[in-house]
Design a protein around this ligand. Structure first.
Ligand code: MG
Length: 169
C-alpha cells in the first residue's frame, strides 16, 4: 500500500532531524564538506566546495547513513548523561582505543559507497583532519563524549569523497 512505502519526503524529514542533531553536537555539514574537499581535490581538477556540500547532502539523505548517525549520536548522548551501565559507560566516556564499535558503526556509512569509501575512511580516521581533531580533543574532556561522532563525521566525509570519485572519476 502506498502509505507503507516511505516517501522521499520522509527521508528529507529524517535528513533534517539528522542534520539538526549533528549541529547540536557541534558539527555543521560545511565542516564535513571541507574534509571531503581535502580528500578528493588531489584527484579531481577544479573540484569546488559546493560540489562537496552537494555530495555530503546526498550521503545524509541515505537511510542507512541516517540510521547509523542516529544510533551513534544517541549512544554518545546517553554516555554523556551517565545513562549507560558499566563496563560500557567507562569505555564510551573515556573513548577506549580498543572499543572499536564506533569504527564498525561508521563502516555502515562508507559501505554504501564501495571500496574507495573504506580507504578514505581509514585515512581520515588516522589523520583526523579539521573538525575531527576538534571533536577528538573535546571528547577527551570529562563533559563530552564524542566516541561515535568523530567516526561518523569521518565516514560521511569519506563517503561523500567516494560519491564524487564515482561521479567524476
Ligand atoms: Mg571514535
Amino acid at each position: 500500500m502506498p502509505n507503507q512505502i516511505p516517501s522521499r519526503l520522509d527521508d528529507l524529514e529524517k535528513r533534517n532531524i539528522v542534520v539538526e542533531r549533528m549541529q547540536q553536537r557541534g558539527v555543521e555539514l560545511s565542516e564535513i564538506a571541507a574534509i571531503t574537499l581535502d580528500l578528493q581535490s588531489p584527484y579531481i581538477k577544479d573540484l569546488d566546495f559546493d560540489t562537496c556540500i552537494d555530495h555530503v547532502e546526498r550521503v545524509v539523505r541515505k537511510r542507512e547513513v541516517q540510521n547509523a548517525i542516529l544510533t551513534g549520536l544517541e549512544l554518545d548522548i546517553l554516555a554523556e548523561k551517565g545513562l549507560i551501565s558499566e563496563p560500557l559507560s567507562t569505555m564510551l566516556n573515556e573513548d577506549h582505543g580498543l572499543y572499536g564499535i564506533d569504527e564498525i558503526l561508521a563502516l555502515a556509512i562508507v559501505n554504501v559507497y564501495g571500496s574507495i569509501g573504506f580507504t578514505n575512511f581509514g585515512y581520515v580516521d588516522k589523520v583526523k583532519p579539521g573538525i575531527m581533531a576538534i571533536l577528538d580533543k573535546e571528547g577527551k574532556t570529562k563533559e563530552k563524549c564524542h566516541t561515535f561522532l568523530d567516526d561518523i563525521v569521518g565516514a560521511i566525509a569519506a563517503a561523500a569523497a567516494s560519491s564524487i570519485a564515482h561521479r567524476y572519476g
